[in-house]
Design a protein around this ligand. Structure first.
Ligand code: CMC
Length: 391
């Protein structure tokens, strides 16, 4: 097998052909099914984008209505699931809880496991799009000590998610358009990003014909890492640390450049974008708008902007083409919306859900073979066994 080439991190290896997301890292272009991310973030809502990613076309009114109604009809989560949530300590990280709850859903929805026909796939997809937001809201509510609740099917998809997360007992829920629009935009910007670590995980697990929910649960676990989706939490913690340290951005820049220091400037750099991350541009602008509209003044935003400015004119960062990525400014908006830092990556998962689903569906419909990379063995050659008393 001398023909095997090793490509750690798959930097130059394509794993599939896909018609879902186009990404040009040099030019900073991102398109879902041919539509630019800038236009979708501005004009579409998250459920439309989910439909587009999964089924390939923007839905018309009737299709969107049916899709939403099907989702509403599946939005219950078995009450027994609450016992599983009860078993976790309040201090548990929301991403760990979410991965586990998503796995647990398999046991409560056996008909969604071994799906093969398009129709079965459709219903598994509808079920997870309906139930996942409930799990997300329960994860947050458990942390806050709030009663667990279900959705309100008179509301839009994202509005309902917001209400499920934030509704307080004995308080009327007030819809806030600025907040809902900001959430919509953030979820759209996170909805797909072709063969990133978590998506590749979903495809890999799904390639063994493990079910959709099992594949998603694995994807959520992959997303958690600080080099991937976990970066949004890490960015905010970094910005807070800089603030607590008197706003000394220079010190952290030096740390990031020091090869003997494992510290990296979180929210900077990207495997594919070597010019800029188009999502970061949109999010930076949105952060300014949302904070302005909500009347929030956050010193962290100034620190982020200062850090960006310094990095963009620093030889180390310029030479390595390190630009702010999607995670750099998103946390500042989540924070302004009242979402706790530990929940940031959960919000990323909520946004990425349609992308994972679309990629899983595409893979299954194309009947792709099981994912099974090769290796080059570099261990011992054949050795003779030595009994334990002779070693
Ligand atoms: N701070 C300081 N140095 C960095 C950073 C950073 N954030 N990112 C990359 N570098 C340096 C790295 O040390 C290396 O330097 P050298 O060539 O001297 O050894 C060079 O830049 C290339 O980096 P790499 O690690 O080989 O690049 P990669 O494609 O394997 O990693 C990355 C990409 C995103 C994991 C990395 O840039 C990183 O760790 N960034 C910080 C974490 C982060 O923000 N992740 C979110 C990614 S975007 C959304 C998502 O996936 O969730």
């Amino acid at each position: 097998t001398g023909m095997i080439t090793i490509d750690p991190g798959f930097k130059n290896t394509g794993s599939c052909e896909s018609a879902i997301t186009f990404l040009d890292g040099e030019k900073g272009i991102l398109r879902y099914r041919g539509y630019s991310i800038e236009e979708l973030a501005e004009k579409a809502d998250f459920l439309e984008v989910a439909y587009l990613l999964i089924f390939g076309e923007l839905p018309n009114q009737e299709e969107l209505h049916k899709f939403h109604n099907d989702i509403k009809g599946e939005s219950h989560v078995d009450e027994e699931m609450k016992k599983i949530l009860d078993g976790f300590p309040k201090s548990a990280h929301p991403m760990g809880v979410l991965t586990s709850l998503t796995s647990a859903l398999i046991a409560f929805n056996p008909s969604s496991v071994n799906v093969t026909s398009e129709k079965e796939m459709y219903w598994a997809i509808v079920r997870i799009l309906a139930k996942f937001p409930v799990l997300v809201s329960w994860t947050l509510r458990k942390k806050k000590g709030l009663p667990l609740d279900y959705g309100d099917d008179t509301l839009g998809y994202v509005e309902n998610i917001h209400k499920m997360m934030f509704k307080r007992p004995n308080h009327k829920y007030e819809k806030n358009k600025v907040v809902i629009d900001a959430l919509d935009k953030l979820l759209i910007l996170h909805a797909d990003h072709e063969q990133n670590c978590s998506t590749s995980t979903v495809r890999m697990v799904g390639s063994s014909h493990a079910g959709l929910f099992a594949s998603l649960s694995a994807g959520i676990a992959a997303l958690w890492g600080p080099l991937h989706g976990g970066a949004n939490q890490a960015v905010l913690e970094m910005l807070e640390a800089i603030e607590a340290d008197g706003g000394d951005t220079k010190k952290y820049m030096s740390k990031a450049k020091d090869k003997n220091d494992p510290f990296r400037l979180m929210g900077f750099g990207h495997r594919v974008y070597k010019n800029f991350d188009p999502r970061a541009k949109i999010i930076k602008k949105a952060a300014d708008e949302v904070l302005g509209d909500l009347g929030v003044e956050d010193p962290i935003l100034d620190i982020a902007k200062g850090l960006e400015k310094e990095a963009l004119s620093d030889k180390y960062f310029v030479d390595r083409k390190l630009y702010p990525n999607v995670d750099f400014y998103s946390g500042i908006i989540y924070r302004a919306l009242g979402i706790p830092t530990e929940m940031f990556t959960v919000m990323f998962a909520l946004g990425r859900l349609p992308g994972w689903i679309a990629q899983w569906r595409e893979m299954r419909l194309k009947n792709e073979p099981i994912g099974r990379p090769r290796q080059v063995y570099i261990g011992h050659a054949s050795r003779e066994f030595v009994a334990v008393d002779k070693r």
